[in-house]
Design a protein around this ligand. Sequence first.
Ligand SMILES: [Zn+2]
Length: 493
Amino acid sequence: MIRVLVIMAICIGILFPVSLEAQTPLEKHSYVQLSSNADLLGYLVQLQDETKGFSLDTSVYTFSGHSIPVVHITGKINPQEKKLKILLFGQQHGDEPSGKEGLIMLIRTLAKNKQIDWLSNLDITIVPMVNPDGADLSTRKNGRGVDLNRNHLILSEIESRLIHKLYWQILPHLTVDFHEYFPYTGSWIKYGATKNFDEQMGCLTNCNISPALRTYERTQFLPLVAEELKHNNISIHEYLVGGPPGVERIRYSTADINDGRQGLGIFGSLSLIIEGKNGKTLLDDIAGRTEKQYKTGLAIIKIASENASRIMQLVESTRMQLASKKSNSYVYTSFEHFTDSHYLQFTARSVATNKDTLITVKDFNPIVKGLDSVKAPRGYLIRKSDSTLVHWLGKIGLIPLNYIPADGDMISEYRLLGKQVCVKEETNWDKYQVEKHPVTIVAKDYYYYNLENISSIACIMALEPVSMYGLVQYKDFNYLLVDPFHFPILRLE
Ligand SMILES: [Zn+2]
């Protein structure tokens, strides 16, 4: 078996020749061993030395002591030019290695070709291996057993905090999170056909995110990337979750703001997730999988460069709207996926014949609608002694202010009347029934957080107790529910 893999690797080497000194760890291992954290660090130091093409930061360490390298590459230096800022990150899930391997190749291409024209208006930050502990263990989760791609709201983990720290430092216009999807699940095999897209792209779907941004991403950016990839014989489809048809509804990926796509898009960036088709094992066709992730990354940044001014304008106007969020406007707190009455058809791979087969999905739910909503307050009042919440608000870029009461200020407190277990995206969530009461407080005991910033919507979705994607849905914040007569997050109306 190993001999076959070595021969395959040699053939791939002939097809995609690279100079020996610039070989990525995966190429050096002839595609029979994945790049470890140590391989990655060694390679980046060597490549940086060789090309002087980027800066490298290795100062953040995981729970198990692995460093998470961050690469920063900028095109031709032209201080006058406003650059499109991009943040790319891979392998949040340790058992999905091809995004990391593809991003390592991408770093090499960018570092060695800094003079290419379309790179000149870009400023790119890349974190190829967000989860080295999970990679080491070949597990989805990190070294503390947490799924990092469900941690972008509460940010309890070093790895997800690093992505958000970079986000607030850079304020990227575009973010891309690289993953892999596994098409060979039992239910699809039983169905008789498996999804066969080389790549899937998940767009922003949460309906609190600006419609202009969502529409641009789905109807313009995705088709341009698909067209670019078609020239490379790579197929891409909007990211489908669920199925097979007749067993489970098919919808687009989650609208929750705790993943690396909506979790950053909620601050107004054009954010997306890429899912390459996984192998049956970690190493199965790793050369092909890596090449597709690499080419997809390259296509995305090329299209982004060609459309830089449009993207910058969209993101900047979205952020201006977020920062001027008016109190009394409404923010959705619960969501559901709905059918749009069209059937979906796509080409899958027949299990019996291994040939293309067209399948029809009648229960396709591509539309996300907001159900319940709350009126936005002017801001929130948080007890200074609530260090958990004060710390968390800092992680999403919010600064505590002293509360100076003014005539006519109206402060409300929630009382929790009960809860109902509801279903969201095929799992349960606790829907709280609440009642609002006016309350008076000792001003010096509270911090005031206004909503005149790009975190405004994220903040409302997180802090409101009725929110299906709010903090109260997480164990770490269960303490907020201890006294149902006095929910501790107060609203300044
Ligand atoms: Zn993943």
